[in-house]
Design a binder for this molecule. Structure first.
Ligand code: ADP
Ligand code: MG
Ligand code: MG
Length: 887
């Protein structure tokens, strides 16, 4: 028979492991049982399982008889252990009713304390405790909480009534209220309930208990809880447990207290107890801000220069006991704990423990320290740090103590913080930055033409676009903070002003972006610089020792390559060549090439580009000496490079001596209905082989020159994009090979190189066996592969993807985290077929997914040789790859 209820405390031990299983009794219940099991003082109680919650929510209606019977039995267990009866008018047992899902979840029902009080039992409590003030204080707290969370009355009703009563009595603080004052408040509260609901406050303790249990279950489906689950990827079918526990009282006078504590400092990771407490208080008083809590330890009190005594000083005995509990809990869980406790008339009680939340910095320090203390091993330390949290450490962050004047909120598209003057176009960004000014580029959305401005800017803000919009992807790649899709942002280019919410700003005004939270703020907010040494370096070394996959970077400028190397990149997995084409000096030649009438015209323009490209590759090879560099030949549709405005056409016409009309006609011919599926990728190479020939020549000339100069020969990997068939790759490999032979003959030296392809079309994945006959490596271009497999436009899907994630159609945005079930099948199938043909084929991933820990875990499973991530994601990928290997 499965139980619906598990008891804890009061000396019970369960043989059934489900009694301590978080999935069954929730995190709070499991840890209460665990603490009671190792002999810590835990008030006795019981937990109704999450399974019962799921059943109740699915079937609705009344609770089953068997549940009622088990609850009655469990309640009797509490009564026996405490020696009091629930509802006893002379000496009542009171309980708390607490929710507790598998993971701690703000957004669910608030705890109800002091349940079991009514007009009679309150008298009994006053008598048995010898403290009428305490009894009436507890009762008014109970009516207030129960009415709010179970009966659904607005808590302001009660707060306002209390405020008025205090004012009338001439009191300033709650502590001044006497027994009679609380008694009067209770009467008033009961009146409010009668008034609002047309029935009295429930007096029957059983009715109170079941009402609270029902409310906990119902809160699982509250809007607040749903929103929280969506934001944190928590499945809707877990349900919550209900914990019913004997009350202990921190509000029984000066020898009683309540508090919260961490076994180590959650902000810095320092091995020093950290916490807050209040004398003569109950429950959430410490965090509610009604009274200012006091420091737990003498050390932290003195450091803060605070006067009110710490617990260490005011209650040395209870404190010593608490400190011993901290040590025991850390030894037991081998992890930093976040604790709730209460002292009732000098006696310590433990009410909760859980793994404590922490900053990235603290996470690193604690992981490294605990290995030093022998508490955990290296592998555990690696697994304990959330790779994504490292992001916080890699970029300047806002000083948490600085005030923020928030203008708007957008998507946290690229982490880090930046302040600067607003500029509304890329050229202005560049010219102001050249004068040494810090600027924030603000655009409706960005396009490849804005690259130079994005590079010049400290941060980027866009009105439109999602997490994988151009702005987001490029900003992450460059390590620039970016907030995208800021709601309520509109730009007036004519007047060079913008509106954010109801505020009007103009170009030149200072704003601050927090790309980690999506906040847009007025003025400059202080930042603090990242630290990459110390614990960070230690943990990265450990990670490197335990990972199998290599980590490369997606980079195309020497500066980005250098950053990536500093972060530990072991090569370039994707060097996109089109960004190089947008450079100011070259765009005219690029346009001349595109608009040329024939091959001869194109070759003339390409001849101008050759030395420029060679210089690009030379610089990159020099930085990446000794490491593999994958260069993708030209990929985007040509019309992306064309002029737009009449002025630009006129300028181009002057420059290359072709009439504006002819230019416009040629440009019109290049128009495409569906450019992402149009004349792009290797299709450019097939129709204009001279473009790829020039690029290949530039690559090999640069490689030979670097080899000659440094003695260390780079190993270029030439990558052909958007291949669907073996024949495409064969033709283009021919172009590359001929360029290589020609250059080697001219330079009198031969270098190793490889020609391979991106797998970014479903057909390429399916035909991977055949394609591997020609291609020496595959790089999974999972941005396009996701787009082409799902038939979902990367650039247009932001508008509706949210609805898809909200309704659970996708667990996560498939452009952020690889769709393992669908797109993943194509990846593993292509890997397998590729290897069958060519056992030593090199396999990697170069989409945005290469920096996403969940996707990296998948890559490990498929056995890819490397992942490639944007420079600032390289450390994240190193840690995630190690975790994937260890799991
Ligand atoms: P949350 O999950 O929001 O922390 P809790 O159920 O832990 O909610 O409780 C809210 C507050 O009530 C905490 O301060 C807790 O210590 C206190 N509390 C809960 N149960 C009891 C109890 N049986 N006796 C005394 N205080 C309690
Ligand atoms: Mg709690
Ligand atoms: Mg692509």
């Amino acid at each position: 028979m499965t139980s619906y209820v598990f008891t804890f405390g009061g000396g019970v031990t369960h043989a059934d492991p489900r009694a301590k299983d978080k999935t069954v009794v929730g995190g709070k219940g499991a840890n209460l049982a665990e603490m009671a099991g190792i002999g810590l003082p835990v008030p006795p109680g019981f937990t109704i399982t999450t399974e019962e919650c799921v059943r109740y929510l699915a079937e609705g209606g009344d609770f089953s008889d068997s549940l009622k019977a088990e609850v009655a039995e469990a309640l009797a267990h509490i009564e026996r252990s405490v020696g009091k009866q629930f509802g006893d008018p002379a000496d009542p047992l009171l309980v708390s009713v607490r929710s507790g899902a598998r993971v701690s979840m703000p957004g669910m029902m608030d705890t109800v304390l002091n349940l079991g009080l009514n007009d009679q039992t309150v008298q009994g409590l006053a008598a048995s405790s010898g403290d009428a003030r305490f009894a009436w204080d507890s009762y008014r707290r109970f009516i207030h909480m129960y009415s709010d969370v179970v009966l659904g009355l607005d808590h302001h009703l009660f707060e306002d009534a209390l405020e008025i009563a205090k004012e009338d009595a001439g009191y300033y603080a709650d502590v001044e209220m006497q027994a009679e004052d609380w008694q009067k408040i209770v009467k008033e509260y009961e009146g409010i309930v009668q008034d609002k609901l047309g029935r009295p406050f429930p007096q029957d303790p059983q009715e109170q208990l079941w009402g609270a249990i029902r409310a906990v279950f119902d809160s699982w489906d509250s809007d607040r809880a749903k929103v929280y689950r969506r934001l944190n990827d928590i499945p809707g079918d877990w349900g919550t447990a209900v914990n019913v526990q004997a009350m202990v009282f921190g509000n029984m006078g000066e020898t009683s207290a309540t508090g919260v504590a961490f076994t180590r400092d959650p902000a810095t990771g320092e091995k020093a107890y950290y916490g807050e407490w209040l004398i003569n208080a109950q429950g959430e008083d410490v965090v509610a801000g009604i009274r200012t809590p006091q420091y737990l330890t003498k050390y932290s009190r003195e450091r803060a220069g605070a006067k009110p005594l710490s617990m260490e000083e005011a209650m040395p005995e209870a404190y010593a006991e608490l400190a011993a509990v901290f040590e025991l809990l850390e030894q037991h869980y081998r992890e930093m704990q976040d604790i709730e406790f209460t002292v009732e008339r000098g006696k310590l009680w433990m009410l909760q423990t859980r793994t404590g939340k922490r900053t990235a910095k603290a996470a690193l320090k604690m992981a490294v320290d605990m290995v030093g203390e022998g508490l955990i091993d290296e592998k555990t330390a690696i697994l304990r740090v959330d790779p994504m949290a490292l992001d916080q450490l890699l970029h300047p962050t806002l000083d948490p103590d600085a005030p923020r004047d928030i203008l708007a909120k957008g998507l946290p598209a690229s982490p880090g913080a930046a302040s600067g003057a607003i500029v509304l176009d890329a050229d202005t960004a560049q010219s102001h930055a050249e004068r040494g000014e810090a600027v924030i580029l603000v655009r409706v959305e960005t396009s490849p033409e804005d690259i130079h401005g994005m590079h010049a800017a400290k941060g980027i803000l866009t009105a439109r676009g999602g997490m994988t919009s151009h702005a987001a992807v490029v900003a992450r790649g460059m390590g620039r903070p970016c907030v995208s899709g800021a709601a309520g942002l509109s730009i007036d280019m004519a007047n060079r002003t913008l509106r954010i919410g109801n505020r009007e700003l103009k170009e030149g005004d200072i704003i601050t972006l927090d790309g980690t939270t999506g906040d847009v703020m007025a003025g400059e907010v202080r930042t603090i610089e990242p630290e990459l040494v110390g614990d960070f370096g230690v943990l990265m070394d450990w990670a490197d020792r335990h990972r199998r996959m290599k980590v490369r970077t997606n980079a195309e400028t020497p500066a980005d390559c250098r950053t990536a190397r500093q972060f530990g990149a072991e090569g370039i997995g994707l060097c996109r060549t089109e960004h190089m084409f947008f450079d100011d000096k070259r765009i005219a030649a690029v346009r001349q090439m595109i608009l040329a009438e024939d091959e001869a015209g194109r070759r003339a323009a390409l001849a101008k580009l050759l030395p420029e490209q060679r210089a690009d590759f030379h610089a990159i090879f020099a930085v990446m000496a000794g490491l593999p560099v994958t260069i993708r030949l030209l990929d985007p549709p040509l019309h992306e490079f064309l002029p737009h405005s009449d002025a630009e056409f006129a300028e181009l016409s002057d420059m290359i001596g072709i009439g504006v009309d002819t230019l416009k006609r040629r440009a019109g011919e290049l128009y495409e209905f569906n450019p992402m599926l149009g004349h792009r990728g290797c299709r450019l190479g097939i129709t204009f082989p001279e473009i790829y020939e020039m690029q290949a020549r530039a690559i090999f000339e640069a490689a030979c020159d670097v080899a000659a100069a440094s003695g260390e020969a780079p190993v270029p990997e030439v990558m052909i994009p958007l291949v669907a068939t073996r024949r495409e790759l064969e033709i283009l490999k021919g172009v590359v090979d001929r360029a290589a032979q020609a250059v080697f003959a001219e330079k009198g030296r031969t270098l190793h190189y490889h020609v391979g392809t991106m797998i970014e079309l479903p057909r390429a994945a399916l035909m991977a066996g055949e394609i591997a006959e020609v291609g020496e490596f595959f790089s999974f271009g999972t941005n396009d592969l996701t787009q082409t497999t799902l038939g979902l436009s990367r650039d247009d899907s932001a508008k509706f993807l949210n609805a898809y994630v909200e309704q659970g159609i996708f667990a996560r945005d498939p452009f952020v985290s690889l769709d393992v079930d669908g797109v993943g099948q194509l990846v593993s199938l292509a890997a397998e077929r590729g290897r069958t043909t060519r056992p030593d084929i090199k396999l990697g991933i170069c989409g945005e997914h290469g920096g996403d820990p969940a996707s990296i875990a998948f890559c490990e499973k498929v056995g890819l040789d490397y992942v490639s991530a944007s420079p600032f994601r390289v450390p994240i990928a190193r840690l995630a790859a190690a975790q994937a290997a260890l799991r």
